[in-house]
Ligand binder design. Structure first.
Ligand SMILES: Cc1ncc(C[n+]2csc(CCOP(=O)(O)OP(=O)(O)O)c2C)c(N)n1
Length: 627
């Protein structure tokens, strides 16, 4: 049978396909997606679930004039393949290849760049208002998952859309899952309806009646009246209609004709916003992903080579489990990242003390503050990039009251293939300005255990940032110790120059010092350990002796660790200071090691930058080797 996907170079090519060709196309997209993503890594299960939706959207709407906004955007692979990017699909998430998320810089069919959850309704509404102000008439649709719908921002957008009576279409892609099962009262209500066999029996009856009518406004009205009666029986409140939306659904999200029907009617409906509820299966069509959609939500792919050690997240989860056994004041919170943060390790034994709050980082932080205000010690485990959302909650609700909330900040620094929406390169800057907050970063997994223990004992807000990926494989001490807050460690003494590094930058700095020593340059290396408060005594002592200092961090230079050291030195001693870190830009996608090398943050890069920035050091003669 001739390949259909080969004939689809743009959405226009979809419009001439027959129903059987469309079914074949969906199969071909899935096959290509599985073949590619098992190599490149990526969000396989989510994207497998939206193949029919993407086909239907691009048949009914006229992209890029009509705009589709994919919430989070991790489920957009079929959309990418159908909008002229199939040839490059095998470069997905590779350096300089296709992004794993919609990106306006990549294609005019990506109407809005996404990556963080729950933004689509607000963006769609803004675009729709811009359209109305300009007197234009294109269509705007937001596609949002039931997980992303748990984020407060989505509800804020729906609330305003209903208030404005704006003409937008919100499509709920309901697969009952975020990464793990979706949480919350809204999800529970949705699933009560879609899982209730009475609804489908009654809906079939309604369908039979309605088939006697020609399709048109009146028929749709009668159908909806019938269905709302049924829904009314089964769900207590019509949430979406209360918000001012016309509700359509549930629609079988794997039936292209059904989705097209719903979309065409929503497109034709003019008085205001429409909410289409489609039901899909996460991982659809690929058995391993359907069977274990948590594992296949995001996979690493064959190109990924780990070092076989525990990941930092696993070390965190296992250490926290030990601490939970010893202190019943400990509680933990995740915003829908139970597996990613490894809090599941703790939740298995202490389900009542671990909370998944949904994709709600802001709520997670203030919820933690509430718990802390009553004597509990909450550990909020959150990725660096997602904590950006909760800046005010960290500042106003936790730190202003000096509450002992611990922020376990996972995926800090360069994260790799997820790219610019997910890099954890800002936390030292956005947290560094907050009073009362202690900020630290371990150089390896052993120090991480001690710092977590220190945080539990600290009695104040404390953030521990650690990188994505496998730990270094150093031995871990059995006994956990409290480390003095604000004290670093001189790892290597030296007189020519001091490298002052933090977190994941420490070990590459030690290696860089070794490279420089081969050239006769005597580098001191300091593990600063704390970005706030800084170990002023140690830094001033080393820097005033060497007169040359280099800070190294996996964070943007603006407002980061190096900036704090610069402020300290500028006031106290005259030192020629070089700061290494991420320049003022968003870091694109690619393997972590490659990106670190590109930014000069691996050992060779650090040594090279030191040699080129302190040319006088090159004249030092290498040590004479004795045989
Ligand atoms: C603000 C924010 N927090 C966390 C995440 C991580 N994340 C990516 S996808 C996802 C689950 C999304 O669930 P849903 O919207 O239902 O989409 P599905 O994958 O089930 O299709 C989460 C928590 C994120 N992208 N943004």
């Amino acid at each position: 049978m001739a390949n259909v996907l080969d004939r689809v170079n743009s959405p226009a090519d979809l419009k001439v396909l027959t129903p059987s060709e469309l079914t074949q196309l969906a199969d071909e997209i899935r096959t290509e997606m599985v073949n590619t993503v098992t190599k490149t890594g990526g969000h396989l299960a989510s994207s497998l679930g939206t193949v029919e939706l993407a086909i239907a959207l691009h048949r009914v709407f006229d992209s890029p004039r009509d705009k589709t906004i994919w919430d989070v955007g991790h489920q957009c692979y079929a959309h990418k393949m159908l909008t002229g990017r199939r040839e490059r699909f095998e470069t997905l998430r590779q350096h300089r290849g296709l992004s794993g998320f919609p990106d306006t810089a990549e294609s005019p069919h990506d109407a809005f760049s996404t990556g963080h959850a729950s933004t689509s309704v607000s963006a769609a509404l803004g675009i729709a208002m811009a359209r109305d102000l300009a007197g234009d008439d294109y269509h705007v649709a937001a596609i949002i998952g039931d997980g992303a719908l748990t984020g407060g921002m989505a509800l804020e957008g729906l609330n305003q859309a209903g208030h404005l009576g704006a003409k937008i279409i919100v499509i709920l892609n309901d697969n009952a899952m975020a990464i793990s099962p979706s949480v919350g009262a809204v999800s529970r209500t949705l699933h009560r309806l879609t899982l209730d066999p009475r609804y489908y029996r009654a809906k079939e009856g309604a369908g039979r009646v309605i088939k006697r009518f020609p399709w048109g406004g009146a028929a749709w009205g009668s159908m909806n009246r019938l269905k709302s009666g049924i829904k009314e029986m089964l769900i207590p409140t019509q949430l979406w209609e209360t918000l001012g939306f016309k509700y359509v659904g549930p629609v079988d999200g794997h039936n292209i004709a059904d989705i097209e029907d719903a979309l065409s009617r929503a497109r034709a409906y003019s008085p205001g916003p429409v909410f289409i509820h489609i039901v899909t299966t996460k991982g659809k069509g690929y058995e391993p992903a359907e069977d274990d959609c948590i594992k296949f939500h995001g996979i690493s792919g064959k190109y990924h080579i780990g070092n076989g050690n525990l990941s930092y997240s696993e070390v965190f989860g296992r250490t926290l489990l030990r601490l939970f056994r010893e202190d019943e004041r400990l509680v933990a919170i995740t915003a829908a990242m139970m597996e990613g943060t490894c809090l599941n390790i703790v939740a298995e034994e202490f389900p009542g003390r671990v909370f998944d709050v949904g994709i709600c980082e802001q709520h997670a932080v203030t919820f933690a503050a509430g718990l802390a205000s009553q004597g509990y010690i909450p550990i909020t485990a959150v990725y660096s990039t997602f904590l950006q959302r909760a800046f005010d909650q960290v500042l106003h609700d936790v730190c202003m009251q000096n509450l002992p909330v611990i922020f376990a900040i996972d995926r800090a620094g360069i994260v790799g293939e997820d790219g610019k929406t997910h890099q954890g390169t800002f936390d030292l800057s956005y947290l560094g300005c907050i009073p009362n907050l202690v900020i630290c970063a371990p150089r390896d997994e052993n120090e991480m255990g001690h710092l977590l223990y220190t945080a539990v004992k600290a009695g104040c807000p404390m953030a521990i940032r650690y990188p994505r990926g496998d730990s270094l494989g150093v031995p871990r001490d059995e006994h956990l110790e409290e480390l003095p807050i604000g004290k670093g460690e001189l790892l290597i003494p030296g007189d020519d120059l001091a490298i002052i590094a933090i977190g994941s930058a420490v070990i590459p700095s030690v290696e860089a010092a070794r490279i420089l020593r081969e050239k006769g340059i005597d580098c001191a290396v300091v593990d600063a350990r704390f970005a706030k408060p800084l170990d002023a005594d140690l830094i001033l002592e080393v820097a005033s002796r060497t007169k040359r200092a280099v800070t190294v961090e996996e964070n943007v230079l603006a407002g980061g660790f190096g900036s704090a050291v610069l402020s300290l030195l500028s006031h106290n001693v005259e030192v020629n200071l070089l700061r290494l870190g991420i320049p003022d830009e968003f870091v694109e996608h690619g393997p972590q090691e490659l990106l670190r090398a590109n930014y000069g943050l691996d050992a060779k890069g650090i040594a090279h930058r030191i040699l080129s920035s302190f040319p006088e050091l090159s004249h030092i003669s290498p040590p004479v080797r004795t045989k």
